[in-house]
Design a protein around this ligand. Structure first.
Ligand SMILES: Nc1ncnc2c1ncn2[C@@H]1O[C@H](COP(=O)(O)OP(=O)(O)OP(=O)(O)O)[C@@H](O)[C@H]1O
Ligand SMILES: [Mg+2]
Length: 305
């Protein structure tokens, strides 16, 4: 097998999206107005978007015996390589129940399921060996340290991207170890803020000095890429409509790699990320509304350098 481009480690999960008129008060209940199960999870999202955008992508994740075959088929249909999408017997697939009000306020409950059993599992080596970039997202930091060690040994580039789990799964030590020798760090404003606390750094610039490429997304304000400490501002790309911003960050990463794998510079990779995010925002669900590379290029065009 020829070497691929991207190996994505993180969650493959089911998102139960429940619309409620308002979030229930403690010790009360409320009826749902709509509900739907979406395929999601950080790694599932990034892998599906990246593969659809033409990036050769391998996925590594732990799921349970109840994993829907349709999800695997959907990944494969986009070209995601699923050798390391591993079902752990006796476990359940990670599930997120997300309750949302019309105004946009949310509450979520997460069952990690199979992911809690990752630590003593044999390494998902395929997704490291077959990739040039190993992208580490949500999931067990101790396990990812082993993955990062293999990646370093094989001279693969490592991207550190703990997303929301930097706040309640990672410890400072985990982040410091993973960043050692990493090429990329990705985070939104609050995730970068937590990284600064963990590393006892005073400024984003100080973090940018620790890793060759730092990508910080800033919601509707756009994003910035630090290239060996030099800041590149990336504007937001306007969506046709704003329906649900969940998953914008994952789409951004896929757009970024779609650019990088085709040899674009970091400014244009950021723009392609922002353009991908603008599509993600237009619909509910994190793997819906994925454009083709041509459609993404078209929307990004006037922002490209
Ligand atoms: N309202 C918006 N309009 C246009 N672009 C947006 C908007 N919100 C987000 N984006 C784009 O998506 C990118 C990622 O958004 P954000 O910083 O909110 O990520 P995030 O917090 O990781 O999101 P999530 O984890 O829900 O996917 C931004 O840098 C921006 O380019
Ligand atoms: Mg995010």
């Amino acid at each position: 097998v020829a070497v691929g481009y991207l190996g994505v480690f993180g969650h493959v999960a089911l998102d139960h999206i429940l619309a409620v008129p308002r979030l229930p008060r403690r010790n009360t209940s409320i009826g749902v107005t709509a509900r739907k199960v979406h395929f999601g999870g950080t790694a599932g999202n990034v892998a599906r978007w990246a593969a659809t955008l033409g990036v050769r992508t391998a996925l590594a994740a732990f799921v349970g015996e109840d994993f829907p075959p349709e999800y695997r088929k959907a990944l494969q249909a986009c070209g995601v390589e699923v050798t390391d999408l591993r079902i752990l017997p006796g476990t359940t697939t990670p599930v997120a129940w997300i309750f949302g009000e019309p105004r946009g306020d949310q509450m979520a409950v997460m069952d990690q399921g199979a992911v809690l059993r990752a630590d003593d599992q044999p390494l998902q080596e395929h997704a490291v060996r077959e990739s040039l970039i190993v992208h580490l997202m949500t999931g067990p930091p101790a396990y990812y340290r082993r993955v990062a060690a293999l990646a370093r040994e094989l001279r693969r580039d490592v991207a550190v991207d703990p997303a929301q789990e930097i706040h309640y799964v990672y410890r400072g030590r985990d982040l410091a170890d993973l960043l050692e020798g990493a090429r990329f760090f990705f985070g939104n404003a609050s995730e970068v803020g937590q990284a600064l606390k963990f590393l006892r750094l005073r400024s984003v610039r100080a973090l940018a000095a620790r890793v060759p490429v730092l990508v910080r997304t800033l919601g509707s304000r756009g994003s910035e890429v630090y290239d060996r400490g030099a800041r590149i501002a990336i504007p937001r790309v306007a969506p046709r409509k704003v329906v649900d911003a969940t998953g914008a960050g994952d789409a951004y990463r896929a757009g970024f790699y779609a650019g990088l794998s085709r040899g674009h510079d970091l400014h244009d990779c950021g723009v392609l990320g922002a353009a991908a995010a603008s599509f993600a925002i237009e619909t509910v669900g994190t793997q819906t509304n994925i454009p083709t590379w041509e459609a993404l290029r078209g929307r990004a065009d006037r922002y490209l350098g």
